[in-house]
Design a protein around this ligand. Structure first.
Ligand code: HEM
Length: 195
């Protein structure tokens, strides 16, 4: 029997985040792959530069005291240091000509965090591609590696924390806006580093 799609009201908050960013995600996915980041280490270094901008932008959110109260353990999840380590492995310098890093705070930040954490789900695919150019969790691709609890388990747990926030309709709308902005920002840095 065919299932009737849920109405927006019936979706959980994390389902709404996914639903509202599905199209923009697929565009970013296409854009990443069109740059052939795993064709060689030069292309991959540019991808790292984009990841560096993205994860440094997220860094203060992962450390935010209030957000940590509502999302326990958040401060252990950021991958900005892993990106820096991967850049050192490949002797890649940060990009210079990139859009300014936005200062993030408040409810919109939750949407940005959704984007940052969720990106580790698709990273399973990227990690496999990285293996083809001899990169792995110990050298060059530590930021794409799975969480020690397992990628999907960790993701389910994170989404459960988002759903437990019980945000009002207005707050959810702000978070959805933040998620859209996060994808748009990633797209802009990707464009800047690959030219
Ligand atoms: C070539 C690049 C990428 C590929 C191949 C890819 C692939 C995927 C795949 C297969 C999933 C799981 C989808 C599902 O469970 O239905 C996923 C989830 C996700 N990805 Fe990507 N992704 C890429 C890039 C990105 C980037 C750059 C970001 C963010 C800046 C991102 C953010 C997300 C988010 C937030 C989710 C979670 C969706 C959800 O279940 O709510 N992805 N990705």
């Amino acid at each position: 029997m065919e299932q009737t799609p849920k109405t927006t009201q019936e979706l959980t908050f994390s389902e709404r985040l996914k639903e509202s960013t599905r199209q923009t995600h697929d565009k970013v996915d296409e854009m990443v792959m069109s740059k052939e980041p795993f064709a060689n280490t030069d292309n991959y270094s540019k991808f790292l530069q984009a990841q560096h901008e993205f994860h440094e932008t997220l860094r203060p959110l992962y450390l935010d005291e209030l957000l940590n109260k509502h999302l326990p353990g958040l401060n252990e999840l950021g991958r900005a240091d892993n990106v820096i380590k991967d850049m050192k492995d490949l002797k890649a310098d940060p990009a210079t000509d990139v859009p300014a890093r936005p200062a993030l705070a408040g409810i919109e930040g939750i949407g940005w965090l959704y984007c940052g954490e969720g990106s580790n789900v698709g990273a399973a695919i990227l990690y496999r591609h990285a293996g083809k150019i001899e990169l792995n969790d110990e050298f060059g691709a530590s930021h794409l590696a799975a969480h020690s609890d397992g990628r999907m388990r960790h993701w389910r747990e994170f989404k459960a924390k988002l759903d437990a926030l019980e945000l009002s309709e207005d707050e959810q709308a702000q978070a959805l806006k933040g998620a859209q902005e996060a994808f748009a920002y990633f797209k802009s840095v990707l464009q800047a580093v690959y030219g």
